[in-house]
Design a protein around this ligand. Structure first.
Ligand code: SF4
Ligand code: SF4
Length: 283
């Protein structure tokens, strides 16, 4: 079963929920945790350990000057401005290339071939018994986050229990993360801003046909607005994490409440059981 932990924006506690859930599952037969927040992966901070690194290459054009007639077709075609045809050569700006392969198709002289260029890496580690951590890391200045997300998902495989920690927001990397998943846990706070972002995330999940439920984080006990939103959108509230001193203290020092506070490991395990039940009902 593959589930995504997402949120409409950063700082809502999405990574905290992923890490605690993974900890509880690692203690119950195993889990693969996938950091799909490739621009700012940070799950390795909760679970440090030796990792194995694998590059993520994407195809980019290589132009054979012997064959190139400088006709300009590739430069016209490339909507990302990665190719500029000058009087005597073609300039290629690798960071702008989206690897669409179009220049290869439009070149009338067969002057374009493809070569691999690394845009990121995928790190795999086993920091705890029962826990495999796969982290996608995009190289600085690159634009192809979805390719790194896809590579991280591929490295995690399809077997067993898989938790994907998505990027904040609802941009392309989040859509790539949601694709093919069985369920989406949306983490929110009970504030008007939080709900606006949650609304966007709910729509993204619905558009991809991924069922969703909500975890309310940093609850002060006055969650009526969030509860009303959830009931209006037919979203189950799967868990509420209170804003209390004990929880805040553990989180502020980068700890895991599932490991450090009594009762929370069981609560996160129950969260998984509830998600699994909903997936089964749907299947
Ligand atoms: S592969 Fe696509 S994006 Fe890259 S240079 Fe060619 S046309 Fe432009
Ligand atoms: S389309 Fe082919 S031949 Fe024309 S400028 Fe580009 S690489 Fe050269």
């Amino acid at each position: 079963m593959k589930i995504v932990v997402a949120s409409g924006k950063g700082g809502t506690g999405k990574t905290t929920v992923s890490a605690n859930l993974a900890y509880a599952l690692a203690r119950r037969g195993g889990v693969t945790l996938v950091d799909c927040d490739v621009e700012e992966p940070n799950l390795h901070l909760f679970f440090p350990g030796e990792s194995e690194e694998k590059g993520v290459p994407v195809p980019v054009p290589a132009i054979d000057p012997e064959r190139c007639t400088l006709c300009g077709e590739c430069g016209h075609f490339c909507r990302y401005g990665a190719l500029t045809v000058l009087k005597d050569r073609v300039l290629f700006f690798a960071e702008l290339c989206h690897s669409c392969g179009g220049c290869l198709l439009v070149c009338p002289s067969g002057a374009v071939t493809e070569v691999g260029r690394e845009v990121g890496v995928v790190n795999t580690s086993h920091p705890l018994p029962g826990l495999t951590l796969v982290s996608g890391v995009m190289h600085e200045g690159e634009v192809l986050a979805p390719k790194v997300v896809a590579a991280a998902k591929e490295a995690a495989g399809e077997e067993g229990r898989i938790v994907y920690d998505a990027s904040p927001g609802v941009a392309c990397p989040v859509i790539e993360t949601l694709e093919g998943s069985d369920f989406c846990i949306l983490v929110t706070e009970s504030t008007p801003f939080g709900l606006h972002d949650l609304d966007l995330a709910v729509r993204a999940a619905a558009a991809l046909g991924v069922p969703a439920g909500v975890v309310i984080n940093r609850s002060d006990g006055e969650d009526e607005t969030a509860l009303t939103f959830c009931s209006e959108h037919d979203l189950p509230v799967l868990m509420t994490i209170p804003f209390d001193r004990g929880v805040a203290a553990v989180q502020n020092r980068g700890g895991l409440i599932a490991r450090d506070l009594p009762g929370w490991e069981e609560r996160f395990a129950e969260l998984w059981v509830e998600v699994a039940r909903r997936c089964e009902v749907r299947a």
